[in-house]
Design a protein around this ligand. Structure first.
Ligand code: ZN
Ligand code: ZN
Length: 378
């Protein structure tokens, strides 16, 4: 009998089925990775709930994975996008892939914004593409991943666990938030994030916590966590928060607490990472005049919220969105994850075996749940 591998296939919202596929042939320009850990992303959960917009079902979900090389084609260096040219990879090395291949280079987005390949609509994305043809294994809820040519390939630092490495993708979002907060980048004059600045983060879920950790690593003076759940605020303290505020308090009460603990001022930077439209409005309420608001919580459409434009004018503040980061950030994310003093591994609060993926999916996003990780069979 020829070799096979198993993967969870999502045929539509709420439908997950374990299927078996033929083990693919490793082409000269391809790599087959044995998945060791795969995170459940908020967007996976949205696909499962049926509110992720257009999805090309059936798919094998999962774009936050780490694994070891099972087979490697002799021409991988010609086909893969590797920022470290000196790297010689071999069977058994632990690697991660960027969430998709490079941009097509030809669409209007690629032509106009070449520095933003993640915005290309034509590029292939792991965990989002229709399954059914060889090499089949193109999502992380699986025993294997087939690395297609033009994939961003990164070696995991020695000693880093697969569970942690699998969090490199959401960590890239956190790095993008810090990058956005640095613009225009003259912190000494009060413009942009810099060493010693005060950052408030609304929402202490996995992304919010990674954002706090990244700001701490980047030299924030004070980090303020705002969330409704005491358990998440407890976690926030471990991830760098100096001050925790319960989101159930009124806006005025929260403003008062921020000012009482920040030399009478509101925050230099406020990040919305709760994913609730009301939190975006409040982010503007909590930022100081001349400060920066970053919206990093709405990767799906949560609806509208009335905003008073006077507040934005009066505060002379900047409001910035965060969608996706250049894949090269994965190198920086792994570097940060390797060096930070924050115990990032505590973020994976729930680990499920490969047989329990539907249960893992139900658990993800729960009130006391950090990152949910799936671990395939040994
Ligand atoms: Zn993700
Ligand atoms: Zn393109």
């Amino acid at each position: 009998m020829s070799k096979t591998g198993k993967a969870w296939v999502m045929a539509g919202p709420g439908q997950l089925e374990l299927q078996e596929f033929p083990y693919p042939k490793c082409e000269d320009d391809g790599i087959i990775i044995k998945v060791e850990a795969c995170g459940i992303c908020g967007t996976d959960k949205h696909m499962w709930n049926g509110n992720a917009g257009m999805v090309d079902f059936p798919i094998i979900p999962g774009h936050e994975f780490a694994g070891v090389i099972e087979e490697i084609g002799p021409d991988y260096k010609k086909s893969m996008l590797m920022v470290d040219e000196t790297l010689d990879l071999k069977v058994g090395d632990r690697v991660i892939l960027g969430p998709g291949t490079k941009g097509c280079g030809k669409c209007p987005t690629c032509l106009k914004y070449p520095d933003k390949p993640l915005l290309c609509q034509n590029r292939f994305r792991y965990g989002h593409s229709k399954v059914g043809e060889p090499p089949y294994f193109l999502g992380g809820y699986s025993q294997y991943i087939y690395a297609l040519p033009d994939s961003w390939l990164f070696k995991v630092p020695d000693g880093m666990s697969p569970e942690l490495a699998a969090m490199a993708e959401p960590t890239c979002i956190a790095l993008r938030v810090v990058e956005r907060a640095m613009e225009p980048g003259t912190p000494s004059t009060g413009h942009g994030f810099g060493i010693g600045k005060t950052v408030a983060v609304i929402g202490a879920g996995p992304i919010g916590l990674l954002i706090m950790a990244a700001f701490k690593h980047a030299g924030a003076g004070k980090i303020i966590a705002i969330d409704m759940l005491p358990k998440k605020l407890e976690m926030a303290q471990e991830f760098g928060a100096d001050l925790c505020i319960n989101a159930k308090l009124s806006v005025e009460e929260r403003q008062r607490i921020i000012m009482d603990n920040n030399e009478g001022e509101l925050a230099d930077v406020v990040v919305e990472a709760a994913g609730a439209p009301i939190a975006f409005k409040q982010a503007i309420d909590f930022v100081r005049r001349g400060g920066i608001v970053i919206e990093a919580g709405h990767f799906t459409d949560g609806g509208d919220i009335p905003i008073n434009p006077y507040t934005i004018c009066n505060k002379d503040c900047d409001i910035r969105g965060v969608w996706a980061n250049h894949p090269v950030t994965f190198r920086d994310a792994l570097n940060f994850m390797d060096r930070t003093t924050v115990p990032l591994e505590k973020l994976s609060t729930h680990i499920f075996g490969m047989n329990d993926v539907p249960e893992a999916m139900k658990t993800a996003g729960g009130p006391d749940v950090g990152k949910v990780i799936i671990k395939p069979w040994e």
